[in-house]
Ligand binder design. Structure first.
Ligand SMILES: *Cc1c(COP(=O)(O)O)cnc(C)c1O
Length: 417
């Protein structure tokens, strides 16, 4: 197989196009819901319980967040608007994990008002939080493992990352928070991004479980939860393999038994903040071929651009492209698939073989369900597109309209010109 499936038909795209021109996103409600259930089921074997706080930044649409709330997920927020979005969906209190960094005081204040779990990124933020909003009963710290000893070679270069506290700062942090009257404690780390190696997550759990014992021994603090962060990858390429979540959950459970239960530690709940893995594979950017151009290379120009999906241009990321209706045609036309920005890296694919496209064909760009629409920007005054939810009954609901020129002008006052 060299093709990825599309769960909707050419006819349904033409139907949507009657009221909403391309490009637009389609998210598959049933697939998102089933995948979320599979994820939560896999991790339900953990003795202390499990919860995923969906990383709002991955797909900040309230209809998607509501769907995920329905299966029991919370929200992982890192900015004021993300907190407000969670609140609008009815997520408040400890259903919100506030994992921010370089945090403005006003955001700590709002997070406290909502009763969110506050995850501090730095030792100095204790004072910022105390001044802005007071010390909460429950606090979490983000750990940066830094240059790890041999044996943990799976983990990249956390010492180059801006996030988190060192081990010594962490211990000082728990001691201080205890002295300030905190009663409940969490520990967090996130050292992976789009990682497909399942052992990486088991290894992360080992680091945190071993650290939990040290924290207890040295500060007397017993952790209520351990947050393994997000970062579970998805198979963007058709020949990649999804992370086997049952394998990961089992690996973590085995470590939990030997490093937590056997050591007599209080049993913490395991939590994660996955975004990409939850919705990523189930979002599709639908666009149309506007032009075919042949110079020193072949170019296929779409009506979508980086404003709609930035990952290929930003990271050279692979996103599979299907030409709708040509799923069985030979894949023999080598080209760059481009957008219209005056920016040469505005390309969805470089030297990619696709079926011979014609002007007016629909190109579906896969795996845009996370860090897709959300990363969009207005450079070149390009407008962000609409989002549709393909419901379980096969109907399509518009869950975000496309931006208009008036939206783009909304922050300008032309009256003083
Ligand atoms: C981005 C991010 C996530 C989500 O990452 P995914 O790759 O979407 O799983 C979770 N937690 C934090 C702190 C993040 O910055």
């Amino acid at each position: 197989m060299t093709e990825k499936n599309v769960p909707f038909t050419l006819d349904s795209v033409k139907e949507i196009e009657k009221s909403n021109p391309t490009p637009f996103y389609i998210y598959d409600e049933k697939a998102i819901s089933e995948n979320a259930q599979y994820f939560l089921n896999a991790f339900s074997i953990l003795p202390g319980g499990f919860r995923n706080y969906f990383a709002v930044k991955a797909l900040p649409n309230p209809y998607i967040m509501k769907l995920l709330k329905g299966v029991g997920m919370g929200a992982d927020c890192s900015s004021l608007p993300e907190l407000e979005l969670a609140a609008k969906v009815g997520l408040t209190g400890e259903s919100i994990m506030f994992t921010s960094n370089d945090t403005p005081a006003a955001e700590f204040k709002r997070a406290r008002e909502l009763g969110a779990i506050i995850n501090l990124d730095d030792i100095t933020h204790i004072d910022t939080l105390k001044e802005a909003a007071g010390i909460p009963e429950l606090i979490c710290f983000r750990y940066n493992p830094g240059p790890l000893k041999e044996g943990n070679t799976l983990i990249g270069k956390p010492e180059e990352a801006k996030y988190g506290l060192t081990r010594d700062q962490l211990k000082e942090g728990y001691r201080r928070m205890k002295a300030e009257g905190c009663k409940r404690f969490g520990l967090h780390t996130m050292v992976a991004s789009n990682e497909l190696n399942p052992d990486y997550f088991i290894e992360t759990a080992r680091i945190l479980f071993e650290l939990a014992a040290k924290i207890k021994a040295e500060t007397g603090v017993e952790l209520e939860f351990i947050n393994l962060g997000g970062g579970i990858g998805i198979p963007y390429k058709w020949d990649q393999k999804a992370v086997d979540l049952e394998y990961v959950a089992e690996g973590i459970r085995n470590l939990y038994e030997t490093l937590i239960i056997a050591k007599g530690l209080k049993q913490p709940r395991i939590v994660m903040e996955c975004g990409r893995m939850v919705t990523g594979p189930y979002g599709y950017l639908v666009s149309k071929v506007l032009h075919k151009k042949v110079t020193y290379k072949n170019y296929v120009g779409l009506d979508a651009c980086m404003a709609n999906l930035m990952r290929p241009a930003l990271y050279g990321a692979y996103h599979h492209i299907t030409i709708l209706g040509k799923e069985n045609a030979p894949i023999d036309y080598k080209c760059d698939v481009t957008g219209s920005l005056c920016e040469n890296n505005d390309k969805f694919a470089v030297d990619r073989k696709i079926p011979q496209p014609e002007i007016g064909d629909y190109a579906v760009i896969h795996d845009g369900g996370a860090h897709g629409h959300a990363m969009g920007f207005n450079y070149n005054a390009k407008l962000r597109c609409a989002e549709f939810l393909m419901k379980s009954d096969g109907s399509f609901e518009k869950i975000r309209r496309a931006e208009t020129i008036d939206d783009y002008f909304a922050t300008l006052d032309f009256s003083r010109l």
